[in-house]
Design a protein around this ligand. Sequence first.
Ligand code: G3P
Ligand code: CA
Length: 290
Amino acid sequence: MHARAVAATTTALLGTAALLLPAPDVRAVEVGEQPTVIAHRGASAYAPENTLAAVDKAAELGISWVENDVQRTRDGELVVLHDDNLRRTTDVEERFPDRAPWKVKDFTAAEIALLDAGSWFGPAYAGARVPTLEQFVHRIDRNRQKLLLEIKNPALYPGIEKQTLKVLANEDWLDRRHMSKLIVQSFSADSVRTVHDLKPRIKTALLGTPNVADLAYYAQFTDQINPSYSTISAGYVSAVQAFTGAHDRPLEVFTWTVNDAESARRVAGYGVDGIITNTPDVVRDAVEGS
Ligand code: G3P
Ligand code: CA
């Protein structure tokens, strides 16, 4: 049995979890033999990243967890896009040639809705749009999937944590049922802490590879430490998991972005709890039975 499964079973037998947890069910991650597989920006090796097509592709592959990136438009709409500018993944330069440097924060939601976010990836996806956060969570719900939501570049968007939680609440994503389907992450510890302070029941994750000496501080407001796979070892993973996180369970590790079978098997061997990947089918098949 996976070491984390033993830990979870022990906790359940001791009967302490119900007394300690403020959340209805923060164990969003299925504890079991293999790490949870998360489709990075959707199944982004096969469909344009952060589009509804990439979410649907993950669903087609049988992948329930999807990661995304959330940013804000000039007029205050939350949209799903990785870069802080629109150049790489849309036709913004053609459509708005005089608007360099084409930052997300300099365009209105209506302008962004006009952009083609699929043709750069391939003609089959021509006309795909940059989704709003509302559209994205609707699709995740329709597909019965789960969401690892990244607040991207929060320093550019003051108050984005509160706004993100408001959108999620409006879309019924902060009810008891969805609490087990949602993790909010960021590279900014301040942003993660803000989310935790605003809604302590939400499971959170800090992106990066912090020093073990700093983990006791981060564990006050986060449940996961999510590092690049190139930065970790079995020793680091077990050092993280030895800490108790914000919901009185061992800190978890979801690592990124692992796109080949050999690397997936290696990090599974380190004991990670989740693998974030552009090729979720490849990783799932690689770690099955690991
Ligand atoms: O979820 C982990 C990963 O998405 C963090 O890096 O740059 O792909 O958002 P990035
Ligand atoms: Ca991301």
